[in-house]
Design a protein around this ligand. Structure first.
Ligand SMILES: Cc1ncc(COP(=O)(O)O)c(C=O)c1O
Length: 411
């Protein structure tokens, strides 16, 4: 396994002094796996380069935001053109109206759009809107689901007090009975149910939604007056060119978006139905940078390229061929694996690898072979990937499996 390069090592040493824990959050130093660089020097298309000059094929896509490839020329041109006019102004640029109309046109359930910066802004705003629309307090959340880092949902509740999580109740994904039980525990008080398009909890094999579960949530909301909130922050635009539950025929009342909608530029959106419009107008939702135009221009360009080039179908095709190739490679080596999740957002695990030690070995060997994958989080396919990238990815995966087989044989 290649050691961390000297420049990365030096930056880590400086970061350990100047930053808490030497880089925090989901990219924090302590969560890097052996052989994984901490710092990134540059990126283009399907590749990025670490600060020591090593090149990687990117299957993490900056945890999802990069959907067309890094610094896609059409997106960069749109941003430069907008930036030459205004980005952070005293009021929004016309791009805000253009983008709201575009998203309402693309996403079936949406009648209006609001914008923010991060996925956490969008999911949190959805909860506020559901409470405002219903006059109720309780929100049902799938146990273990990630909806962002604010106190109501951070997975590491340091500094969180019980009041931050008041009026939340938990159910199990794909288990309607547990939803009914949570509803019964808060009679007449459920404002909304928040749910992700599939169960993509980090560190666990992923679970696709049972269509009966998705339909059942809609029916329960209709029966009780609660709002159905789809957290499309991670999946948005990687399952469908529209809402991720459109293929299932299940329409939420609200959906939260971010990550891929602007190909890496900071933007989030809440999309809502007519029923929620009046409270959406009444809630004081804002931020100094929420109306900045560059990211909105980036989003308009991202949507244009994705639609024109059939990006979602292309990603699904690449993802399907990649999954088939990974499974065939594992079978040829007699290695048992689980590959779960959507084909555009796959997750790989090794049965019995509870502490993820084999996953670390695998990810490190992949990095050595020039492929960047995460050992404990789903990966992301981008529309920049081509056939040559597929060959490279499968060859690196083969090296990863060799490394896992060697370590397993020693144990
Ligand atoms: C499903 C989901 N919801 C919400 C969020 C929060 O988004 P952000 O990190 O932009 O605040 C994430 C981030 O990974 C996510 O995956």
């Amino acid at each position: 396994m290649a050691p961390v390069g000297p420049v990365d090592g030096e930056l880590r040493r400086r970061a350990a002094v100047a930053l808490p824990a030497g880089v925090y959050g989901h990219v924090k130093a302590g969560e890097r796996w052996p052989g994984s660089p901490q710092f990134v020097a540059r990126a283009a298309g399907s590749r990025f380069w670490d600060v020591d000059g090593r090149e990687y094929l990117d299957l993490l896509c900056s945890w999802g935001p990069i959907i067309l490839g890094h610094r896609h020329p059409e997106v960069e041109e749109a941003v430069a053109a907008q930036h030459a006019l205004v980005d952070c102004g005293n009021g929004p640029a016309p791009a805000m109206v253009d983008l709201a109309e575009r998203l309402v046109g693309i996403v079936d359930h949406a009648d209006w759009a609001m914008f923010a910066k991060n996925g956490s802004d969008a999911t949190t705003l959805c909860l506020t809107l559901a409470r405002a629309a219903t006059g109720r307090k309780t929100i049902l959340v799938a146990a273990g689901a990630y909806h962002g880092a604010p106190p109501w949902c951070t997975p590491e509740p340091v500094g969180v007090v019980p009041g931050d999580r008041a009026h939340l109740s938990y159910y199990r994904y794909n288990d309607l009975e547990s939803v009914r039980a949570a509803m019964a525990a808060a009679p007449d008080d459920v404002a909304g149910i928040i749910v992700s398009p599939f169960r993509h909890d980090a560190g666990f094999d992923q679970e696709l939604p049972d269509p009966a579960f998705a339909r059942g949530l809609r029916e329960l909301c209709d029966a009780t007056g609660a709002l159905l909130i789809l957290d499309d922050v991670r999946c948005g635009l990687r399952i469908a060119f529209g809402g991720s539950w459109e293929p299932l025929g299940v329409a939420p009342d609200l959906s939260a978006w971010s990550k891929a909608i602007a190909n890496g530029y900071p933007l989030a959106a809440v999309l809502g139905s007519e029923r929620v419009r009046a409270v959406a107008a009444a809630v004081f939702a804002t931020g100094s940078f929420w109306f900045a135009a560059d990211a909105m221009a980036a989003s308009l360009a991202t949507l244009a390229v994705l639609e024109r080039e059939g990006g979602v179908a292309a990603m699904r095709d690449w993802g399907r061929r990649f999954r088939d190739g990974v499974e065939a490679t594992a079978a040829a080596k007699g290695l048992e694996i689980n590959m779960t999740g959507e084909v555009t957002m796959p997750y790989l695990s090794f049965p019995g690898d509870e502490d993820r030690a084999l996953a670390d070995v695998f990810a490190a060997a992949c990095a050595d072979g020039g492929l960047f994958v995460h050992p404990r989080h789903n990966w992301f396919v981008s529309a920049a990937l081509d056939d040559a990238d597929l060959d490279l990815a499968l060859s690196a995966v083969g090296a990863g499996f060799e490394a896992v087989a060697t370590v397993s044989a020693r144990a």
